[in-house]
Design a protein around this ligand. Structure first.
Ligand code: BG6
Length: 484
């Protein structure tokens, strides 16, 4: 199976913050991979902009190094690399000092797709948006791309939206949540809306509960200062996990169209019930396994920021009334794994005398690693010993089912950047979605602050704090094991 690569229109992509971590680790290597795939048209150009005083040749040398470090050696064709590097330019630009705009204006072409990637601290978004307009660089069809964190509460997100809206239309603003660019996350929509099999059962009548897990083995060392002002709720739940929940819970959109999809997601967020104090468990990892504890990583011995969170969430609408969604995410856990598990209810009546082997049907969508889908079904245990039931997996690994393509999925950023150039906002968050997500998150954080809530310690390499187990046990349910 060979996927079709449709070249996009000629473009100029300006990366503000081009010497930063995201640009170096994700954006430039991702663009190179798209180039290797044949998706970059011959006159596409990438312009790095940052404060450092570099020449274009120095920027290209930097790109060469980062591509060598972050792209699969099998893709590193020398001729393609030279060709890619020849499309790069660099401008030293200091937004706050107001220098470098003219040089940028001389490079950005008015007659191609213009995309401006704000890979910088959010405090600079306003100045960048204003500068692009005031300097006459951004044409009417220009797009801006902004990264999370998009605000840290409702008020700051509203302020940010207002700042951007003063200079660009909503249809020009691409708010990235890189989870939406992951192939398997998009597959959630394909599985739900391209098969008739699941949709009739996709409601509280047939689904007992949903578990969404994003577990990481890494700690926050290296980005402790940022993380300590954020915590797992702001860093992962308000955005990535909320998006996963939306894709599971939303109604079928009338069409796979940006606003149709985002309208349905917004309805889910608005239907989320406030989360009670007893429905949340927060944790902080302890030192262990050769690594420091959270407090040391964060550089804040009295921090009450959570590196783990588990929540029981209810979507208050006809479809989901009575089906809890359990979400958990954390750092320094026992394995790196992201998955969504949908546990179905018991059949209404068992015709088998010996139902000891009976287990619920579970549909597991593995987002990473080993992307795939696993459906647990009941069958007869083989052999002549009567009718005994046993659960077996119908297991599909995308790597096996789709061959080389399934094994080599494009990185989320590759997909998303190309969507920006194509002008497709389906996989980007709309301003009202982000605000609705903060409106749900804010009271949770306010509750912690009012109570002086402190996270519970948990062992590095464990599955999280004990109380998170209780969150499910008391409902007569269990978390799935965290393992790769
Ligand atoms: C980022 C968070 O948005 O997502 C990080 O800020 C987290 O804390 C990362 O580690 C997880 O992304 P992925 O793609 O590795 O699952």
């Amino acid at each position: 199976m060979v996927s079709r690569v449709i070249p996009v229109d000629p473009f100029d992509l300006v990366i503000f913050g081009a010497t930063g971590d995201l640009a170096q680790r994700k954006i430039l290597p991702g663009l190179f991979r798209r180039h290797v795939a044949g998706q970059m048209p011959t006159d596409a150009r990438v312009i790095g902009a940052a404060r450092s005083d570099l020449s274009s040749a120095e920027f290209r040398a930097m790109a060469r190094e980062t591509i060598a470090a972050h792209v699969d050696p099998a893709l590193q064709d020398a001729a393609l690399l030279e060709d890619f590097l020849s499309r790069l330019d660099y401008v030293a630009l200091d937004v706050q000092a107001g220098t470098g705009w003219e040089a940028l204006r001389s490079l950005v072409r008015p007659d191609v797709v213009q995309a401006f990637y704000f890979s910088v601290a959010p405090v600079l978004f306003g100045d960048l948006a204003e500068g692009l307009q005031a300097q006459g660089i951004a044409g009417p069809g220009a797009r801006i791309v902004v990264e999370k964190p998009f605000g840290r509460d409702l008020a700051s997100a509203q302020a940010l939206n207002a700042t951007l809206a003063a200079h660009f239309e909503e249809s020009q603003i691409y708010r990235i949540d890189h989870y939406l660019g992951k192939e398997t996350v998009q597959n959630l929509m394909a599985v739900r809306f391209a098969n008739i099999l699941f949709e009739p059962l996709w409601n509280a009548q047939y689904i007992d509960h949903v578990q969404i897990t994003v577990a990481e083995t890494v700690g926050v060392g290296g980005r402790g200062a940022y993380y300590d002002r954020s915590g797992a709720l702001r860093d992962m739940v308000q955005n990535h996990m909320m998006q996963l929940l939306c894709l599971i819970a939303m109604e079928p959109p009338w069409h796979f169209d940006p606003d149709a999809v985002r309208d349905e997601k917004l309805k889910v967020i608005r239907a989320l019930q406030p989360v009670g104090r007893g429905d949340i468990v927060r944790g902080q990892y302890l030192a262990g396994g050769g690594g420091p504890g959270y407090l040391e990583d964060a550089g804040n011995p009295s921090s009450d920021t959570e590196s783990y969170i588990a929540l029981r969430v209810h979507v208050a609408n006809w479809r989901w009334k009575g089906t809890p969604f359990y979400l958990r995410t954390g750092k320094r856990l026992r394995a790196r794994t992201s998955e969504i598990a949908i546990t179905f209810k018991e059949p209404p009546h068992s015709i088998f005398d010996d139902a000891r082997g009976w287990r619920e049907n579970v549909l597991v969508i593995r987002l990473q690693p080993n992307e795939g889908i696993n459906l647990k079904v009941m069958i007869k245990e083989p052999g002549p010993g009567g009718m005994r039931l046993v659960q077996v997996p119908l297991d599909m690994s995308f790597a096996t089912a789709l061959g080389a393509e399934g094994a080599d999925m494009p990185d989320a950023y590759e997909r998303l950047i190309m969507d920006v150039i194509r002008g497709n906002q389906t996989l980007f968050m709309r301003g009202d979605e982000v605000e609705a997500a903060w409106a749900w998150t804010d009271p949770i954080i306010a509750g912690w602050q009012a109570r002086g809530d402190r996270p519970q310690p948990y062992d590095a390499g464990s599955s999280g704090p004990e109380d998170a187990l209780m969150l499910m046990h008391r409902d007569g349910r269990r978390w799935r094991e965290i393992r790769e």
